[in-house]
Design a protein around this ligand. Structure first.
Ligand code: ZN
Length: 105
């Protein structure tokens, strides 16, 4: 399974892992690595060019590391389905990731 998904509609999702340096971050010494911690979704901006927004997947580790951050529930990894919808705060791009595809909201 690739770490980058083509969601269609010009949207590409790249998974980001969480692999801290535990010597520099002893507060997470007992927290396990997460291969799919978050993702960047690249998409066309309405004004032209490419924009990108991020989502953090709800997990025990994410809630420990960033307890106040907004998170998305992974309803399915394969194909990828997230809830709720994803709104880009930079350009207003809004849609759902359902069954590995970008569905415009
Ligand atoms: Zn955007």
């Amino acid at each position: 399974m690739s770490d980058t998904l083509d969601l269609g509609n010009g949207h590409t999702l790249q998974f980001l892992g969480w692999h801290p340096d535990r010597e520099l971050n002893p507060q997470v010494a007992g927290v396990p690595d997460v291969d799919r911690y978050a993702a960047v979704i690249e998409h066309p901006a309405p004004s032209g060019g490419t924009c990108a927004g991020g989502v953090t997947f709800d997990s025990d580790v994410a809630r420990f590391v960033e307890p106040h951050k907004q998170m998305w529930t992974v309803d399915s990894w394969e194909p990828l389905t997230l809830s709720p919808s994803v709104l880009c705060l930079r350009c207003g791009d809004h849609g759902f990731v359902r069954d590995g595809r970008w569905v415009v909201a």
